[in-house]
Design a protein around this ligand. Structure first.
Ligand SMILES: O=P(O)(O)OC[C@H]1O[C@H](OP(=O)(O)OP(=O)(O)O)[C@H](O)[C@@H]1O
Ligand SMILES: [Mg+2]
Length: 175
């Protein structure tokens, strides 16, 4: 409608940037595994794709878990959140391993933001343990174990979404 402010993306609303390197991400995943090691053992890891695939691989390697399943959910188009779409559910085999409720299963994602994605997966597996590497305050209550909390107005830039590029000097107006 004329005169209405254009809708801001989640990233624009966020304002602050939190870039994460591969190195940092690997370290944070290892730190997450230290905590999870006290909670397990787990029969299987359930990765929330796509972002959860990377931490799931690292965590599963460290915990010695070889059964990995996916639940494929899309909601953000880059930084705009739309309706959640479950593109693939949890396999029957993984459901059986978790006794139908997720007991002994470890759900892994890269982060919780609003918590919508995490809430949906928790409803599928109410007794599973839910771990993320990063958490924002709105999503934090849904997570059992995480490593770093960032403010709700921060946008996390993951290494698989970014590339090195020129950055102008501060005195030329760079933020
Ligand atoms: O807590 P929420 O507000 O629901 O946001 C968190 C979810 O958003 C991102 O996934 P996205 O939908 O961008 O898909 P992707 O993992 O394929 O990038 C991220 O990987 C989480 O799964
Ligand atoms: Mg995701």
């Amino acid at each position: 409608m004329a005169g209405e402010a254009p809708e801001l993306s989640a990233q624009e609303r966020a304002g602050r940037a939190f870039p994460v390197s591969w190195d940092q991400f690997h370290r944070d995943c290892r730190a997450l595994t230290w905590r999870l090691n006290e909670v397990g053992p787990f029969h299987a890891v359930i990765a929330i794709t796509r972002g959860g695939l990377v931490p799931a691989a690292i965590v599963a390697r460290e915990l010695g878990v070889r059964v990995i399943d996916t639940v494929c959910i899309a909601s953000y188009d880059h930084d705009k959140q739309g309706e959640l779409q479950v593109l693939k559910g949890i396999s029957e085999q993984a459901m059986k391993l978790g006794g139908g409720t997720g007991k002994g299963l470890l759900i892994v994602d890269d982060l919780v933001d609003t918590g919508k994605t995490g809430r949906l997966v928790r409803e599928m597996l109410p007794d599973a343990h839910f771990a993320t590497v990063y958490a924002k305050p709105k999503g934090r209550p849904l997570v059992d174990t995480f490593i770093t909390e960032v403010s709700q107005d921060t946008w996390i830039f993951f290494p698989w979404d970014t590339a090195l590029s020129y950055h102008p000097p501060l005195r030329d107006g760079a933020a």
